[in-house]
Ligand binder design. Sequence first.
Ligand code: FAD
Length: 484
Amino acid sequence: MRIAIIGGGIAGLSAAYELEKARAAGQPVSYTLYEHRERLGGSLASETVDGSVLEQGPDSFISEKTAAADLARELGLGDQLLASNDEARKTFIVVGNRLIPLPDGLMFLVPTKLIPTALTQLFSLGTKLRMGLELLRPPRAAAGDESVAELVRRHFGQEAVDRLADPLLSGIYGGDATRLSAQTVLPGMVKMEAEYGSLCRGMLAGHRKMQAMKSAGSSKGNRPKRALFTAMRGGMQQLVDALAARIDEISVRRSSPVSALEKITEGWRVTSMGQSAVYDAVIIATPAWVASELLKPVDEPLANELGAIPYSSSITVNLVYDEKKLGRLPEGFGFLVPAVEGRSLLACTFVHRKFLGRTAPGKAIMRAFLGGMRNESMLTETDAVLVATVRRELGEILGPVAFDATLEPIYAQVTRWRRAMAQYAVGHKQRTAKIAEHVAALETLRLIGNAYDGIGVPDCIRLGRKAAQELIAVRETVGQGTRD
Ligand SMILES: Cc1cc2nc3c(=O)[nH]c(=O)nc-3n(C[C@H](O)[C@H](O)[C@H](O)COP(=O)(O)OP(=O)(O)OC[C@H]3O[C@@H](n4cnc5c(N)ncnc54)[C@H](O)[C@@H]3O)c2cc1C
């Protein structure tokens, strides 16, 4: 069976790796990976500058989802996995020109500890009272999908949307809480609301269950505490390089955008750079908006659903400084900026604090995010303007003692990510169900990437490997052998 993989980001590379393993094990499978750019990896890109790792895209993955760490170990990179420095894990929210730490006991968006919630300066007295009264809410059956902002507003009020849901979600999705789907992004909370009414009570009940399992010695309850995030010591590029090294180079076509896809009696005709080849199956690992264009002649309703998935763009700005000259940064991983603050900055990570040992001694790295759903136009600004904007806003937010905005960074790196992050908008679950129906009818098509069932690196790896395994499994039913 010959398989075309379109897109060489982490999802496409993971699929190729799985197919390569099958091929090496003697299965009659071959593949070609088409990548638009010269470099592989898509959003994963890092470089080491004077002993400091600079991440242009993702800097880590959430440890709870094990697919990325499992793959790293399989690739011989187990010793390169680096846990986040959770002892210093404090995240601040910008309110005016002040940094206010997220209160202790916050379980994602839900406050579970009375005293820290009562004492935090993040919320007004009105919001705190509302959070207390939330405990009394009766169960409520889900009435269709709604936005994350609506769900959080109903429970905790608008201030909790502005200062909690919006900055936390825009940190993960580069998105907008008023558009993101509660059913997709917060499925656990939707379930909790139906069962308990109060999200606070639901969270506490979940926590108690976990404690009970611990005391009963259950393996689930007794799991050693994982760091929240895991990075690669040499940068996420290590994963890309290790995958690329395992994949047969002859099977990889770099700088080869696929421009057309046709469903023909023999399978699929894939056209790239004016040349066509026929395959038994196709894995599309591009953003959904590219998949939509390619699939228009094959299945227009499917293409329309794919084209309706919104995307956000973002910009990362890495600034390297001499730590001694910079000022005294607050103790923590960094801060998030609520949209209501009206700033260009979405967030900033103090990289040298979040992951130890990846920054050259004596250096500090500020990694800022700009853009997002509400500020796409920033992508057209020059690097100089973007760096100046970041320095000015860091100076305003952190103040002259913590950050000297007049100090030139030793190194500045700007990366633009155009329409790279899918947004799970209200109705996403219903949309992906329709997409899955159409894909199933086509049998030898798979769609993978961050647009469908998880935005993070581990999700993309999981989906990539699964798609390859599924196609290997359907080999018997759709055709045998290899065609050139
Ligand atoms: C700035 C940023 C920070 C992030 N931070 C994190 C994080 O900390 N943790 C985390 O888990 N996730 C993070 N993510 C999300 C995660 O990185 C992405 O969801 C994931 O890398 C997407 O992988 P992918 O393979 O689906 O898509 P992509 O990486 O977008 O790859 C798609 C590939 O398809 C290629 N392509 C497009 N059109 C064609 C065509 N016609 N023919 C051939 N090839 C084509 C593209 O060139 C690209 O290489 C972040 C994303 C960004 C942008």
